[in-house]
Design a protein around this ligand. Structure first.
Ligand SMILES: [Fe+2]
Length: 227
């Protein structure tokens, strides 16, 4: 959790942050909700990846940083409205609706960049390889389905999710950033198919971008997400 509750102790000479264990018995406690801001992660190691120009990647990193900034802004604005008892307002409702879009825009890009930069093919006898075969019959059937999801018209994400209720893997289409996520399921492999993810390098040839994506999957990173 990024939002943490801090205990502040008011004493002669001002306030200081202290741990719960260190509080004197007679201390006057003041609880404060403090928002811990998200920080954009660094993915410049991906520059030089085959099939992705530096211009495209740098633009994409900048877009991602915008989602981090806006997630922080929305959380701060919501915290302020709560503090001012303005929760029964259109502003509060609209910001709450917006939060899922900004937050998912941030987090999905992190999953995406973190499952790129790989060089080795999937080990079909490894944990993830076996799970894919178990869920789809063959690796080829899974790949065909995942690519078909990525090629769907519209802007969004192709996501291989694991249903932790029974362990199976399912490919999902996520519209924009926030519509279509299966509840409670961890994403295993994420592919961005917003136009900004490929148009600079591939124009309208989304299929060529998908091929380039597949050549750069970090399968170890994907496998590590399995439950
Ligand atoms: Fe993106």
């Amino acid at each position: 959790m990024r939002r943490r509750e801090f205990l502040t102790i008011t004493s002669v000479g001002g306030a200081a942050l202290v741990s719960r264990a260190a509080l004197p018995l007679n201390a006057k406690l003041v609880r404060e909700e403090k928002t811990m801001a998200y920080t954009a992660k660094e993915y410049s190691k991906l520059i030089g990846m085959a099939g992705f120009s530096e211009t495209l990647l740098k633009n994409h990193f900048t877009l991602y940083q915008g989602y981090v900034t806006n997630t922080n802004k929305v959380l701060d604005a919501l915290a302020a409205l709560l503090k001012e008892a303005k929760t029964a307002t259109p502003e509060f409702a609209e910001l709450k609706r917006r939060l899922g879009w900004e937050f998912d825009g941030m987090r999905l890009h992190e999953y995406y960049f973190e499952n790129l930069g790989g060089k080795a093919a999937l080990d079909v006898n490894g944990k993830l390889g076996k799970k894919i075969v178990e869920s789809f019959g063959t690796y080829e059937a899974w790949e065909k389905d995942f690519k078909a999801v990525g090629a769907m018209r519209g802007i969004g994400w192709a996501v291989l999710y694991q249903d932790t209720a029974d362990g199976r893997l399912i490919n999902f289409w996520v519209n924009e950033h926030d519509v279509g996520h299966p509840a409670g399921c961890p994403p295993i492999l994420i592919m961005d198919v917003f136009e900004h993810a490929f148009m600079i390098d591939y124009g309208l040839k989304r299929a060529d971008y998908i091929e380039a994506f597949f050549k750069n999957i970090d399968w170890k990173a994907a496998e590590a997400r399995l439950k």
